[in-house]
Design a protein around this ligand. Sequence first.
Ligand code: FMN
Length: 330
Amino acid sequence: MKLGTIKLKNNLILSPLLNVSTAPYRQFCRTFHPIGLVCVPMIYTKRLISNPNSIIHELLKIEEESPISVQLIGNNEKALKRAINFLESYKFDVLDINAGCPSNRAIKAKEGGYLLKDLKKLESLLKIALKYSSRPVSLKTRIGFENSNNNFEFRRIINDSGLEFLTLHARTVKDRFDNSTLDLDAFKKFKEKISIPVVGNGDIFDAKSAKHFLDHADVNGLMIGRGTMGNPEIFLQVHEYLTRGKEIAFKNNKDKCKSNIEIYEQIIDKFLEDVKLNHSHEEFKFVELKRNSIWLTKNIENSTIIRRELSKTKNLNHLKETIQNCLKSN
Ligand SMILES: Cc1cc2nc3c(=O)[nH]c(=O)nc-3n(C[C@H](O)[C@H](O)[C@H](O)COP(=O)(O)O)c2cc1C
């Protein structure tokens, strides 16, 4: 399938997820089913140019992950231009601009979701991205800042921009995440006036919610974020259901959880071969494995107790011992 000029194996996309969709995570998700496009979490443009060493570990080995998108967040044209220039030596397929992040940090810095309140700035940043990036440019945003009315100018900017595609989260910036329901009607109205391909995003936690989104809003692709955490099979489930109507349940148990953690560990080890990080490999592995082991216990017997034990671990050996003890077969 194609998103603009970008050829993808399928229309499923792994969201950019700060501190989550790391290189091992992206690869882990791809182990269970091909994913059309994966995304590196947002990179702050100012930080990238002022202190690249604090960021470049996010870009290690991305050339092995094609097709992959790299996302920038910022509100300064000069910094954006320099960041794009810096990224030129890396091999990736799409440059994404973040105009949706609702965090207090982003709003205070007048970037991410704040850009929906400053459309002139958004347009100016998009012009820079389109002018200086040698890769196709996409935009990830939401249906509005406080509400989705009066977004004529917003849609004009999107339609006139030369963007390859748009990823739209079916919430306003003010609605942030879980404290509100998805507004698929507003999404649909917004999407109907957009002349470039649109990827739908928000609350896809299983195959049925993916189908519901697709049926309701007729999008060109689906992006999944939180639904991947603890369910690495979600892309397989969604793909099978959308293409063949086949329902595959994610049946987790101790053995499966253990095997998934082992796969994750092997992926981390492979990733760490001949890479240099700012901190130790052991620390990297501990943080990655702990976070994901906790998620991977989803729905297994005694998962609450096991999660509590895993979260108490302080180092890699302790974590591995706890995994062994908690996931022993009965
Ligand atoms: C932990 C976390 C980190 C996120 N990091 C980013 C990010 O770096 N860039 C971005 O555009 N969106 C980010 N998001 C938003 C997601 O990409 C996605 O738009 C949102 O979670 C809605 O999709 P979902 O319901 O499938 O999770 C993040 C969300 C979460 C929960």
